[in-house]
Design a protein around this ligand. Structure first.
Ligand code: BES
Ligand code: MN
Ligand code: ZN
Length: 512
């Protein structure tokens, strides 16, 4: 898949004042009175222009804001872009990521061809340079992204490519920055890949098309192999869940398996992680149909599955010493004469029976077959990711994903990865009380619980299908979409989960 905007990120050892670029980006904290660090250096060369801007109150340093100052003959850059870093005591890794994103977004808007990012010294005190380099690269991709591949009029008001340099005058530092930057580029690109695939509508991406995208990933990387089951093969295996949900659409369901093999000797003794992602290419609700208002957003009901494919792309490009399996059940949930119905009883891949009381609770019905498949492969850990419930969105809003699971250590590891990646999570329960609500009257399970705690009962349903395997579940219903553009990125799919899960796996690979 071609990138919509071709972004290239590198490090460069260069003196700040001499750096030739369209936009030289420097940060400023809202609680520092005078420009410091790189902003301070440039301020003197620009005859105190930065200081005057701050004194006048035209630039406060609030996070998410920026201001352009034009260059002069004393500096190499055509423009200096001041970006707000917020309060100094609150500065975290995500501050760097967001500042880079804000600058990249601005650069694309003003059609700059090149930008250079100069680091504020405060971050070096708090984080190692490699981590900072990674955050810079990730932020650049986040902010430089736009989804306009179906806009046919010429004036899309943006540049087609952007060259980004993370600069320092010290070679040792740029070398350290570069280490993490290389991973950040791989992760950032994968996240953009995820966003584009997710933003494509349901008449373009249906299950077979998504399977093609997975096969394409495997074609391009020799460590990945892809197997796709069609309906006949799923029927032969008894994957009644995916088949039931997919039965209403002419676009037939697929069961996508993407497997990563680590290089050489490490294979046998490294952890085996399975990632399972929900990929409903469109969720109309089926016969339990959804209201018309914002039904269009349900093209994004495939983002869990897409995150899984994209994370496998990262793992393969980084050649991590892990065994990773991606499992992506994919179907389109539509009402028709052949749809599954409320009241239907289905036998899932596990053998457990489920009474369907609401065809709109379809995510858990495809995921349970995915979880069973993963558990049968004898993996050490299963993590699933899904736009599973509106209830999770009600509980946590749009800023944090629900995190459920049966293993404290795994939950902690995911919380750590969330902190590092800036993709936030919040722990939620899914224990016995919730599982009791999901017990069926005439079957083993039913697919909906009572009125309350819908995110927890959904998770408790999934929990029944992992056996003794360590398991975590991410409900990303609230966080997979920017309904409006933010200061850091454009609207549409967020690609949530790519950074989080990639970071979790990188950490795991480091520990061994
Ligand atoms: N895909 C939806 C969940 C969703 C809702 C994602 C809003 C993003 C934004 C899921 O399939 C669904 O419809 N869940 C139902 C479950 C209910 C019928 C028990 C829901 O949350 O309403
Ligand atoms: Mn649904
Ligand atoms: Zn759904």
């Amino acid at each position: 898949m071609k990138d919509i905007i071709n972004i290239n990120v590198k490090t460069r050892t260069v003196d700040l004042g001499m750096c030739k670029t369209d936009v030289l980006v420097v940060g400023h904290f809202s609680d520092s009175k005078r420009p410091q660090g790189p902003a301070g250096v440039l301020n003197s060369r620009l005859d105190n222009a930065i200081e005057r801007l701050i004194k006048l109150g035209d630039f406060t340093g609030k996070e998410g804001t920026n201001e352009i100052i034009y260059g002069n003959e004393k500096i190499g850059a055509k423009r200096v872009l001041l970006v707000g870093l917020g309060e100094k005591k609150k500065a975290e890794l995500d501050t760097v990521r967001k500042a880079a994103a804000n600058a990249a977004k601005k650069a694309v808007e003003i059609k700059a061809k090149t930008i250079a990012l100069a680091l504020h010294p405060v971050f070096e005190e708090r984080f190692d340079l490699s981590t900072i380099g990674q955050a810079c690269a990730e932020g650049t991709y986040l902010g430089g992204y736009r989804y306009d591949e179906f806009v046919t009029d010429s004036g899309n008001g943006r540049s087609d490519s952007l060259k980004v340099e993370v600069i320092d005058s010290d070679t040792i530092k740029t070398r350290k920055l570069n280490k993490g930057l290389v991973s950040g580029v791989i992760i950032g690109k994968a996240q953009s890949f995820a966003r584009t695939l997710a933003n494509r509508p349901a008449n373009v991406i249906h299950p077979a098309e998504l399977a093609q995208a997975a096969k394409e990933l495997a074609r391009r990387n020799k460590r990945l192999s892809c197997t796709v089951l069609d309906e006949k093969q799923m029927a032969a295996k008894g994957m009644g869940g995916v088949l039931a949900v997919g039965s209403g659409s002419q676009n037939k369901p697929r069961f996508i398996i993407l497997k990563y093999k680590p290089p050489g000797q490490v294979k046998g003794n490294c952890p085996f992680v399975a990632l399972v992602g929900k990929a409903i290419t469109f969720d109309s609700g089926g016969l339990s149909i959804k209201p018309a208002d914002r039904m269009d957003e349900m093209k994004l009901d495939k983002t869990g599955g897409i995150a899984v494919l994209s994370v496998l792309k990262v793992v393969a490009e980084l050649q991590l010493p892990l065994n990773v399996l991606g499992v992506v059940p994919s179907a389109e949930n539509l009402p028709s004469g052949s749809s599954y119905r409320p009241g239907d009883i289905i036998t899932t891949f596990s053998g457990k029976t489920v009474e369907v009381l609401n065809t709109d609770a379809e995510g858990r019905i495809i995921l349970c077959d995915g979880l069973t498949y993963a558990a049968k492969q004898k993996c050490d850990v299963i993590i699933d990711i899904a736009t599973l419930t509106g209830a999770c969105m009600v509980a946590l809003g749009q800023y944090k994903a629900g995190l459920f699971g049966n293993d404290e250590k795994l939950i902690k590891q995911l919380q750590t990865a969330a902190q590092q990646s800036g993709e936030k999570v919040w722990p939620m329960p899914s224990g016995d009380e919730y599982a009791d609500e999901m017990k069926g009257k005439i079957t083993d399970l039913k697919n909906i619980g009572g009125k309350w705690g819908g995110a927890c009962t959904a998770a408790a349903f999934l929990r029944q299908f992992v056996g003794d395997v360590k398991w975590a579940h991410l409900d990303i219903a609230g966080v997979d979409i920017f309904q409006k553009p933010t200061e850091f990125t454009s609207e549409g799919s967020t690609g949530f989960g790519v950074r989080l899960l990639a970071t979790y796996l990188i950490n795991l690979a480091g520990k061994k």
